[in-house]
Design a protein around this ligand. Structure first.
Ligand code: NAD
Length: 316
């Protein structure tokens, strides 16, 4: 790979940190960030940036041509909770943006693609514990349906047209740099902000809702690792199961109480409870560990320490 990298949806929760990580590694000028809106100050100051709509094929093609891009990370999407409110918009964005990139790769205009899937591809009929790589997949959310369909298309473009597309099924991601973008696991980030601001959090999921989660640094490392892997080692071209830890809101609150004994949590489940109940509680990611050496680093207590330490200055 000698060309440049384009990140679409670079101003979001993952894109912001992925852009920084890739710029540190390859140099700022080789990594083009793009989104339909501006990102935070640090991101905007860190290197080249283009405003573009991921659904506009010509606009993306133009950026690829002008900047000599050969690798695309497609991070633009509508997330699970928001997608339930705007099903058609979610479908259009999540599918059309993917088709644009897969077709650009098929036409030889780019060489390599990263596109993230999600644990939302699974549904209520999927085994909930140690969910296997290959299992029953009957997603019941708009978002999950779009991710499952996306996985099928990625595999199809790889088999049929030799497109080098790589993907992981992210669990819920926890980070302090950027606010989460409207997913069902957002509570696991919000809880730290509220703890520092109000010493109280009203959680939109029930106390015992166990979900797979991961610290952002681990997720970024996984993303870069699968893109670094030798072609032959990437045996799954739909999307890899990827896991770190699983916990429920009560465990998250308990880990915060180790630092802030007077922190208190209450529960007011909303429509997101049903989405969470349809997802796995833990994921078997042994194939990713075997094929390209995946290994997570952060457990819940480490995540809580880093989150509280880094968010504290914001709240005085
Ligand atoms: P996010 O909502 O924080 O960021 C998405 C970004 O895409 C935003 O900056 C938004 O402005 C941009 N965007 C929206 N519409 C666009 C368009 N038409 N053209 C260009 N940009 C557009 O999302 P995220 O959490 O960073 O997620 C990135 C990817 O990872 C998504 O595909 C998401 O489904 C997947 N994912 C995220 C999580 C998570 O916990 N964050 C978990 C599983 C999968």
């Amino acid at each position: 790979m000698n060309g440049r990298i384009l990140i679409i949806g670079a101003c979001g929760q993952i894109g912001t940190e992925l852009t920084v990580a890739l710029r540190e590694r390859f140099g700022a000028e080789r990594v083009i960030a793009s989104d339909i809106r501006n990102g935070n100050e640090a991101l905007m100051a860190s290197g080249p940036f283009e405003i573009a709509d991921a659904m506009d094929y010509r606009a993306i093609e133009d950026i690829i041509y002008r900047h000599k891009v050969d690798t695309v990370y497609l991070m633009a999407a509508m997330l699970s909770a928001v997608a339930e409110r705007f099903p058609k918009k979610a479908w259009d964005l999540n599918m059309n943006s993917l088709f644009n990139i897969l077709n650009l790769a098929k036409e030889g205009k780019i060489e390599k693609v990263f596109w993230p899937s999600s644990i939302a591809v699974f549904g209520p009929s999927t085994p909930k514990q140690d969910t296997p790589q290959q299992t029953i997949m009957e997603p019941t959310t708009v978002y999950g349906i779009s991710k499952q369909t996306g996985e099928r298309w990625c595999e199809y473009y790889h088999k049929k047209y030799g497109v080098d597309v790589r993907s992981v099924r992210y669990p819920g991601l926890i980070s302090y740099t950027t606010e989460p973008g409207g997913g069902t696991t957002d509570y696991a980030v919000d809880i730290y902000h509220r703890a520092l601001k109000h010493k109280h959090y009203r959680c939109f999921l029930k106390a015992d809702t166990v979900l797979p989660m991961m610290y952002m640094e681990d997720a970024i490392r996984a993303t870069i690792s699968i893109m670094d892997a030798d072609d032959v080692d990437v045996k799954i071209r739909s999307s890899y199961n990827l896991a770190a830890i699983s916990f429920d809101p009560e465990a998250s609150a308990a880990s915060i109480r180790k630092h802030m004994p007077d922190f208190d949590i209450s529960y007011a489940p909303d429509f997101r409870q049903e989405i969470a109940d349809s997802w796995p509680q833990s994921i078997d990611d042994s194939q990713a560990r075997k094929d390209w050496g995946w290994k997570h680093n952060f457990d819940l207590n480490e995540i809580t320490s880093v989150m509280l330490k880094n968010l504290k200055p914001q709240y005085g």
